[in-house]
Design a protein around this ligand. Structure first.
Ligand code: BGC
Length: 425
């Protein structure tokens, strides 16, 4: 194994029961029709032009990426990784990687393409899909909302309208009544904080509404959605939670202004939402990608090692992020996403190793972590950036949909095997 972990670290990791990877429907399935699809068509050409401006002078591997990023088809999800049709093949890969858990989302726009019209075909698809996981002893971890919604829902104002929350509740109830018998783990929402900021404050994602008032309305309605769905579907034997973007905030100076900025960023990002939904989750799913380094001027570039996406890489920061979260909320934690864009697979193994060290540190300190799901199983559609960032443990060649397991994935598979073995001893 090329990931080096000590016996005592492995003993800690043995406490984690669920091991695997994650995806979301719109990013891998192909053929989805939701509020993103139309927006992609409209903005693809513009995104291709803007990409040079956005990344040119500073992304480390931009020379390798440019030719893809400047083509408009990069920005159209289209057939994505064709996971909708190739899931059996993808689940075989999960098994090969020793995974026993898989997080995916159920696409609302497939299940209820028009208001109140339920697609039996789509429900049947997900029934077979979950059965295909169960057949391989892979625990499904279902996300009910990974940012995409049916077009009709968006046309009615989406989550900016309080009365629309009931449509979402109805969808979740339908999914649970149809498929609930074969599901234990559910994330109701995915990263409400990222969605509200990107779609309603920074105008980066559809519907690109940049009003603080609308942002506040959406954020509050997402709080209401989590609570209402939880009240409706929580029951004995089920684990109902959410996946939440948790960052680690670190001040790199003693300057009081920096300390204040850090406290505000930390509270706004890592605390506010979770504090509102207290008692409305059985576990917190943690999506962890960043450390926010704060100086008196704002965020500073401390770590020069960057992913293809330009994100500073400090994977070990997950230990402090989890310890802080545990101190604040004391809940069961599943790492529902963690990973990096790394097309050459040059850092992924190192990233996983550092993350495992961070997790064992947090476990030793008593943090209750029961799952680790790497983002992502497959190279996928990375929202406004399209296909060029490659997060997959498995590379997908878009020309022919061929899957190739990256070398780092084999190292991850060995970690899983060892941790699962240690769990049995
Ligand atoms: C999202 C994923 C996304 C990943 C990498 C998370 O914020 O949940 O959909 O692909 O980050 O950017």
């Amino acid at each position: 194994m090329s990931i080096k972990l000590t016996d005592s670290q492995l003993q800690q990791l043995a406490k984690i029961r669920l091991w695997g990877a994650a995806t979301s429907a719109h990013q891998v399935e192909g053929g989805t029709v939701n509020q993103w699809s139309g927006w992609e068509q409209k903005h693809a050409a513009g995104r291709a032009e803007e990409s040079a401006e956005q990344f040119d002078s500073w992304l480390p591997d931009w020379d390798d990426i440019r030719h893809e990023a400047q083509k408009s088809d990069n920005y159209i999800s289209g057939g994505a990784a064709d996971h909708y049709n190739r899931y059996e093949e993808d689940f075989e890969i999960l098994s090969e990687l020793n995974a026993n858990a898989y997080r995916f989302s159920i696409e609302w726009s497939r299940i209820e393409p028009q208001e109140g019209e339920w697609s039996e075909g789509a429900i049947e698809h997900y029934r077979r899909y979950i059965a295909a996981l169960r057949k391989r002893n892979i625990e499904p971890v279902v996300t009910l909302w990974h940012w995409t919604t049916p077009v009709w829902f968006e046309d009615r104002g989406g989550f900016s309208s309080r009365k629309n929350v009931s449509y979402f509740v109805r969808f979740c109830e339908r999914v649970m009544s149809e498929l609930g018998d074969s599901i234990t783990y559910v994330c109701i929402l995915n990263e409400p904080n990222v969605y509200a900021v990107m779609s309603h404050l920074m105008k980066r994602w559809p519907p690109q509404s940049g009003s603080p008032l609308r942002f506040a309305r959406v954020y509050l309605n997402l709080v209401r959605a989590q609570k209402a769905v939880y009240r409706s579907i929580a029951s004995e034997g089920k684990k109902i939670g959410l996946a939440y973007a948790v960052s680690h905030v670190e001040t790199v100076t003693k300057n009081p202004v920096a300390q204040l900025i850090a406290a505000v960023v930390d509270y706004g990002w890592n605390v506010w939402f979770l504090a509102r939904i207290k008692n409305h989750y059985d576990f917190i799913g943690v999506n962890h990608y960043f450390t926010n380094f704060i100086s008196w001027k704002g965020e500073v570039k401390k770590h020069e090692r960057r992913s293809d996406y330009g994100w500073h890489m400090n994977p070990i920061g997950i230990a402090d992020a989890l310890k802080t979260l545990d101190r604040r909320f004391g809940a069961e934690i599943i790492i529902t996403e963690n990973g990096l864009a790394d097309r050459k697979d040059q850092y992924r193994e190192w990233w996983i190793e550092q993350t495992m060290i961070g997790l064992s540190d947090a476990l030793e300190a008593g943090v209750h972590i029961t799952g680790y799901l790497h983002w992502s199983l497959l190279d996928n559609f990375e929202w406004a950036e399209g296909f060029w960032p490659r997060f997959g443990l498995v590379a997908v060649d878009r020309a022919n949909q061929k899957r190739t397991i990256r070398s780092s994935a084999h190292s991850y598979a060995e970690v899983i095997a060892q941790a699962r073995l240690a769990n049995k001893q």
